[in-house]
Write a protein that binds this ligand. Structure first.
Ligand SMILES: Nc1ncnc2c1ncn2[C@@H]1O[C@H](COP(=O)(O)OP(=O)(O)OP(=O)(O)O)[C@@H](O)[C@H]1O
Length: 492
């Protein structure tokens, strides 16, 4: 019998020795790069020495189950490590597709891990100096490094952010990992922008390799508590203005966390970004000022580095900003859209249903469509300045608005639109964010500033009865707060 939240015997971990186990020795300073399709589960364990995946050390002699990943196992010590692995079919995936079940793998001795470790050591000594300074000057404390990682698409930015966060955690620091790429759901669902203090190792076995949050209930890893801003789209260009606004509000939250929490303050911030180039300079400038960035790491893009050096000449000459270029790993894989989509689906599935170790029983309930107020992000292309922003509720009329409110309304047009009597059928299969704003809130701007309590999924809509079946990660009534409808679809 399996008790939700406590694992069970539905998906027992197979003993490697039973199946097609392969053992090999990975030389020190080399990495074993492997790609595991979603149809296969790779059971991997390090039996001797030290092996780590993007900075997260694998426990000795404990198999780790991986599926749908493109990873590298690095042996940081000169003596290397002994690795044992086997594969089996992933029975959770629908049968019948022609996708291959074979893993692809090779060993490379040519890795930039040394440079990444040097970068980590430089950040570490910055943290140490900050801690020493703050100890002597408690009334005027400083913050540890605020690192912004930039580069082209598939440059290995996310892998580097994970490496730097994991190494910082290993040195007993708790940096805030900020994800500004709405395509990836980091401790949250795709479509969100998050900031999470790192208080444990990443859970490599979870859908996107980060781990669960407090909504996952009891977990092996310390569940994280991210601050979540709902962007609602997968690419910043879908509504750049909203993106910049959400990023800046996330910056405010992160900076205040740094002010309040000495441990996090000394550890600093690590910011992962979507692919940005010099054309996106105003987005980059905003991030630098919102998060008070003082270290910019450019992965393998000389042109961007030079342009940024010109742009931030003033800050660099005042020693307010350091800029470094770092090579791209030859192991980075260009992800295709179907792989990305499947990763997103697995992340959403895991949010509601848990993972193989911690299966959850999501709560399904039926609610009246009319019981909630809905807003939706405006797709830049669809923005029509002549349409005004009129949220549902009788007190939002232009007559009783003061000038400030009118300004708010105008500025809101390009961010959100109210869905008055929403066409219920259009909500089906969508992910909806529950904001922290009560339904009777009358300040449009609050909608931009609010964070996300959690997400629900509309699995079915009964238009005739005006009801919808929703899936929630929590066993509780859906809070009567303002709902933000995203463009993220998911079919159970
Ligand atoms: N050294 C490596 N060996 C094998 N795979 C790697 C390595 N580094 C990164 N990858 C994989 O390559 C893919 C792309 O890397 P990553 O997501 O870090 O790049 P990115 O620059 O953040 O991409 P994007 O611009 O799309 O956000 C990921 O699946 C990642 O796990």
């Amino acid at each position: 019998m399996s008790i939700p939240g406590f694992g069970g015997d539905e998906n027992p971990v197979e003993d490697l020795s039973e199946t097609n186990a392969t053992t090999f020795h990975l030389e020190g300073k080399s990495e074993w790069r492997f790609e595991v399709p979603f149809k296969t589960i790779l059971s991997l364990k390090v039996t001797e020495g030290v092996g780590e995946i993007f900075g997260t050390e694998l426990p000795l002699n404990v198999p780790v189950q991986l599926t749908g990943v493109k990873y590298a196992l690095y042996a940081p010590l000169p003596e290397g490590c002994t690795v044992e692995y086997s594969t089996r079919i992933n029975r959770d995936q629908a049968p019948g597709s022609s996708d291959s079940t074979d893993i692809s793998e090779y060993i490379s001795e040519d890795t930039p891990m040394n440079q990444y470790i040097n970068l980590h050591m430089a950040l570490e000594s910055y943290r140490q100096e900050t801690a020493d300074y703050n100890y002597l000057n408690p009334s005027s404390p400083r913050s540890g490094p605020r690192v912004l990682i930039l580069g082209n698409r598939s440059a290995g930015k996310t892998a580097l952010a994970r490496i730097l966060s994991s190494y910082a955690y290993k040195m007993d620091h708790h940096p805030v990992l900020v994800n500004l790429n709405p395509r990836d759901g980091v401790f949250s669902l795709p479509g969100s922008l998050t900031a999470t203090p790192i208080s444990d190792t990443f859970d490599l076995e979870s859908a996107n390799g980060y781990g669960g949050t407090t909504t996952s209930g009891s977990a092996v890893h310390n569940p994280k508590q991210p601050v979540v801003k709902n962007f609602g789209f997968l690419s910043p260009t879908d509504n750049l203005e909203l993106y910049k606004y959400q990023v800046s509000k996330l910056g405010v939250v992160v900076m205040s966390r740094l002010e309040e929490d000495a441990d996090v303050r000394n550890s600093g911030v690590i910011i992962d970004t979507p692919a940005l180039n010099i054309k996106d300079i105003n987005v980059i400038e905003n991030i630098v000022s919102d998060f008070e960035v003082n270290v910019v790491v450019v992965v393998d893009n000389e042109r961007l580095l030079i342009d940024l050096r010109k742009k931030f000449k003033h800050k660099i000459s005042n020693s307010q900003l350091a800029m470094v270029k770092i090579p791209k790993s030859g192991g980075v894989v260009e992800l295709d859209d179907s792989f990305i989509r499947q990763c997103q689906e697995e992340t959403i599935k895991e949010y509601f249903n848990g993972d193989r170790k911690t299966p959850l029983s999501p709560f399904k309930t039926e609610v009246d469509v009319k019981d909630f107020r809905y807003f939706k992000g405006v797709l830049s292309l669809d923005f029509n300045p002549s349409l005004s922003f009129l949220p549902s509720g009788d007190s939002y009329t232009t007559d009783d608005m003061d000038e400030d409110r009118k300004k708010d309304e105008n500025s809101m047009d390009k961010f959100y639109t109210a869905l008055e009597d929403p066409d219920a059928s259009k909500l089906e299969n969508l992910i909806i964010a529950i904001t922290q704003l009560p339904q009777n809130n009358k300040q449009p701007k609050d909608l931009l500033n609010t964070c996300v309590l959690g997400y629900i999924h509309v699995s079915r809509v009964d238009e005739a009865r005006g009801k919808m079946k929703v899936l929630s990660p929590m066993v509780a009534a859906i809070p009567r707060n303002i709902l933000l409808v995203t463009t993220i679809g998911y079919t159970e």
